[in-house]
Design a protein around this ligand. Sequence first.
Ligand code: NAP
Length: 271
Amino acid sequence: MVSYVVTGSNRGIGFAFVQKLSANPQNIVFALTRNKANSADLLELQSKLQNVHVLQADITDILALQDVAKEIEEVTGGTLDVLINNGAHLSPERDDYTLDAYDGKEDLLEKDFIDFFKVNTLGVIKTINVFLPLLRNASQKCLAKVITISAPAAEIDFNLKTGLSFWAPYAVSKAGVNMVTAKYAARFKDDNLVFLSLSPGPVNTLGDAPKEVQETAYGPLIEIFRSGYPEWDGEFLRPERSVSLMLDVISKITARDNGAFVSQYGNQRWL
Ligand SMILES: NC(=O)c1ccc[n+]([C@@H]2O[C@H](COP(=O)([O-])OP(=O)(O)OC[C@H]3O[C@@H](n4cnc5c(N)ncnc54)[C@H](OP(=O)(O)O)[C@@H]3O)[C@@H](O)[C@H]2O)c1
């Protein structure tokens, strides 16, 4: 059995990870959600499949994370093979603000940066620290993996090419978490443990929403992204497709990839 923890797994890309991983009976999937009451699809999957365990933890809450780690330890006998840090704060509030738009609104500047940083950067560190003992036990037998889902917006060249000047607190929190990956990689470079930041690409998580809603959400982004990457076909990936590509990358990671930031294609092609 290969054991996986996926955070932020009740919807979007996280849910697609759980669906895809649990389809293989050789996997055991610990699906973390911050609120079971908002996790109907996940609970339904758990009711159908023996290899899905739904556990509740907000990744900013160290006590909840510790409780969940204890539960997982009991099931796996003290090991964890793959941690996927997927959960993230993605608030649409002020997501059109450029940094200079915060001038005179320093209270909002601090609020937004702290809100994004707390979940997307510090929450990931808390999660990794809580699961490290289990991952290190697994790494005695095989390469244990810590995958942190990042974003093209965290890559400097992507921002410069597309002129993506908004989403600043989000992008900074994700650029921060790329450095978190590098720091852990440096810390554990001699262990059988690999850390990777992985971008899912542009993903349409509004597949069930009316077409107009999807067009409003993604239309302007397609234009912006294409301005930097005219060769891109303008296609937002379905979560299942993005997850398939990412799982392929994850399956091929070696110790040489330790600390890197790559896309769903395993390289620096972000779209
Ligand atoms: N979609 C894209 O095009 C895209 C592009 C680049 C990168 N990404 C990255 O891919 C990952 C998944 O994105 P998505 O599009 O699937 O987002 P999403 O649909 O908004 O899902 C975000 C998930 O994170 C969870 N979450 C938020 N705050 C949390 C917290 N404090 N503790 C635990 N879980 C928390 C949410 O739970 P609730 O349901 O309880 O809110 C939800 O399950 C994120 O890391 C995101 O930055 C996505």
